[in-house]
Ligand binder design. Structure first.
Ligand code: HEM
Length: 153
């Protein structure tokens, strides 16, 4: 029962994280092209503050639930001699990479955006948003690779 609850939380957190990245990149951002830089950069700054708050919680849940499920499997497997699936190792490795990329986006690039908004430097804000877009796109790609590996391996 606990395993099923943790796996559900794991999946819901992934849906929020991966789905949110796709929403921001492919639906929200293109729709803001008609706004002037001050409005566009300020709006994206506010949206990302809320989204990154949710992603930070999702990262903690994904990591804690994932490690707990692996430990639970390993404790049962050591008795029966069953090996951990290769797809789980790929998920954990690439998942840690996604978390590192998220850390860079949240604690380096988003801070740059915060500073630009605070000092009304809209071109610097636009540049920070451009860097965030590239790294979020990379993370979305890694997330989709993980899901593909889990479904195919
Ligand atoms: C360090 C990070 C992670 C660890 C340790 C981890 C570990 C796990 C474990 C142990 C399971 C249980 C599998 C089962 O019972 O069948 C699981 C399920 C799953 N995880 Fe992760 N995970 C991590 C990150 C991620 C990421 C980043 C994604 C996707 C972007 C992801 C997607 C999934 C999916 C889709 C399942 C369900 C698989 C299925 O039922 O076939 N995980 N994870």
């Amino acid at each position: 029962m606990l395993y099923a609850i943790l796996k559900t939380l794991h999946l819901l957190s992934i849906i929020l994280w991966v789905g949110g990245m796709a929403f921001v990149l492919f639906f929200l951002r293109p729709a803001l092209g008609s706004l002037q830089p001050p409005q566009r950069v300020t709006l994206m700054h506010d949206v990302l503050r809320r989204f990154f708050g949710a992603v930070s919680a999702a990262v903690v849940i994904v990591l804690a639930s994932g490690l707990w499920m692996m430990a639970d499997f390993a404790s049962g497997a050591s008795a029966s001699g069953v090996r951990m699936p290769m797809s789980w190792m790929v998920m954990a490795t690439l998942g840690l990479l996604m978390m590192a990329v998220y850390g860079h986006v949240r604690f380096v690039l988003y801070k740059r955006l915060q500073r630009a908004v605070a000092s009304s430097e809209w071109s610097a804000g636009g540049a920070a948003l451009g860097s965030i877009r590239v790294w979020v796109l990379a993370n979305l790609f890694i997330g989709l690779v993980i899901i593909g590996v889990l479904m195919l391996l």
